[in-house]
Design a protein around this ligand. Structure first.
Ligand code: NBP
Length: 479
């Protein structure tokens, strides 16, 4: 017994692939356990080459691990995770390490970490991105938890993570729920990136009449430049795919209702409570929501829109769309990193934002060349308050802004929905505005609720006596 140095609990798609990934690395012996033993048996039978120690019970599982025992949980997030943590706490000892690699809500991770730490056992919430393929060949890993746990866990996670430009895509993100928080924001950015690419496709298709296969060629071309990313690459693959049964482009036979598993919603809910505008991510979540209400879409199907739309210069329009996509993507990432900064301040995490961008360069769904630029921006200025104000991004957005406006105007005139393009441009214009109508909002708030306002020309807080003689008084007098 005690021959395994790492264990995996939960052997569905993600867990079995992660266990195989671990077993493929030199020096690892992997204890495996699943609630239903048939999955464990099937994994062992299918992979005789792997160095597995199969356990039928949680007690056997614990006994097969050498100290400090380290187990990665890969079960359905929620009640399943709590059930497995409870079981492991019964059989583990102080100093051992429980890692939750599922998609847990970060506030659950904060709660679980505190409860498990009270027993002397370490608890690490680790975001794991890359889907089933990433789990097998190398994911991007975002662990939270204590520095003590990271000492044992670090070398193991480094050995299985994706490698980007020679460096493993894993870092100790911060304490307790920091890893799952950063994974949540990663997924939110992923939503925005996907929606922006989908809007670019829609504009080109409806604006120029090009076929999905022709647009696949355009995206493949974009993938050789500053937009180079996994999501652009796979979009080209999706658009090129022909449906075997009808001979039509596959994209034309897929029902146009986008689903979700909730991490985008969590990102937006969290950002709302932090007061951080993640408008690009929010529009992406809302766009999925709108798509998934066929009964409403049917009722609105005859609403009037503009007549025929076609662009005069196709090549120029496509280049404008490319630039608008790049600028909107910069906004989405800038907003996502802003949410991480705000989360770190709220939950007392020290998160190195440049490192976050670095570990997203490989393994995960939003992997892209572009992330190097983010790392460079935070290396140059660790306290950068606005990512898109870093010189590289500010220049890129300045270069793109005319094209961006032309695309949003064209979309509006054509009646083609481009909510993420449009709201990203509004965010940009909001940030750069000399004066915002927020002053009017403050006036309204003071009028109906005596919420007070500050003045541009002197310190202090003020209130206008709206229901009286409308003279202004110092706000302290109102309370
Ligand atoms: P699922 O999310 O489908 O969960 C199935 C696993 O959970 C099985 O091993 C099942 O055991 C176990 N389980 C459940 Br359900 N309830 C349990 C309980 N009460 N006690 C013990 N085990 C229980 O698996 P998955 O798709 O492999 O995902 C695993 C985790 O990884 C999830 O948190 C997911 O969100 C996350 N994740 C998934 C992806 C992805 O691309 N799929 C990517 C990144 C992260 P059984 O065999 O006995 O039913």
């Amino acid at each position: 017994m005690s021959q395994a140095n790492i264990g995996v609990v939960g052997l569905a798609v993600m867990g079995s692939n992660l266990a195989r990934n671990l077993a493929s690395r030199e020096g690892n012996t992997v204890a495996i356990y699943n609630r239903s033993y048939d999955k464990t048996e099937a994994l062992v039978a299918a992979h005789p080459e792997a160095n597995f120690v199969a356990a039928q019970t949680i007690q056997e599982f614990a006994a097969s691990l050498s100290a400090p025992r380290t187990a990665i949980i890969m079960v359905k997030a929620g009640a399943g995770t709590d059930a497995v943590i409870d079981q492991l706490c019964q059989v583990f000892e102080p100093g051992d390490i429980i890692v939750d690699g599922g998609n847990a809500l970060f506030t659950d991770t904060i709660r679980r970490e505190a409860a498990v730490r009270a027993t002397g056992i370490n608890f690490v919430g680790a975001g794991i991105s890359g889907g089933e393929e990433g789990a097998l060949t190398g994911p991007s890993i975002m662990p939270g938890g204590s520095a003590e746990a990271w000492e044992t866990l670090g070398p193991i996670l480094r050995s299985i993570a994706a490698i980007a430009e020679g460096e493993p895509c894993v870092t100790h993100v911060g304490t307790d729920g920091a890893g799952h928080f950063v994974k949540m924001i990663h997924n939110g950015i992923e939503y925005a990136d996907m929606q922006l690419i989908a809007e670019a496709y829609d504009l080109i298709r409806r604006g120029t009449g090009k076929s999905p296969a022709q647009i696949a060629d355009i995206f493949a071309e974009w993938n050789t430049g500053e937009l180079e990313s996994y999501l652009i690459e796979i979009t080209a693959e999706v658009l090129r795919q022909v449906d075997a049964s009808t001979g039509k482009p596959l994209v034309d036979v897929i029902v146009d209702e986008a689903g979700s598993k909730g991490t985008g919603v969590w990102t937006v809910q969290t950002a709302l409570s932090l007061g951080t505008p993640v408008s690009g991510i929010a529009e992406a979540v809302f766009a999925r929501g709108l798509s998934s209400h066929p009964e409403q879409r049917a009722l609105a199907a005859n609403f009037p829109g503009p007549d025929n739309f076609s662009v005069a210069d196709e090549d120029a329009f496509i280049e404008d769309v490319r630039q608008a996509l790049y600028a909107s993507k910069i906004v989405a990432y800038s907003q996502g990193f802003d949410a991480i900064r705000a989360g770190a301040a709220e939950y007392n995490w020290t998160i190195n934002l440049g490192e976050v961008a670095r570990i997203w360069r490989g393994g995960c769904i939003i992997r892209a060349q572009f992330l190097n630029r983010i790392t460079e921006a935070y290396r140059a200025d660790e306290s950068l308050a606005l990512l898109m104000a870093a010189p590289y991004f500010a220049d890129a957005v300045a270069t793109a802004q005319s094209a961006w406006r032309r695309v949003v105007i064209a979309a509006t005139q054509a009646g083609i929905p481009a909510p993420a393009f449009g709201s990203s441009l509004s965010y940009y214009d909001g940030l750069r505005a000399d004066r915002l109508p927020a002053a009017v909002v403050q006036g309204q708030r003071d009028f109906f609720g005596a919420h007070t306002y500050r003045r541009v020309d002197k310190d202090g807080t003020f209130h206008t006596q709206w229901s009286g003689d409308r003279t202004e008084i110092s706000a302290v007098d109102t309370h």
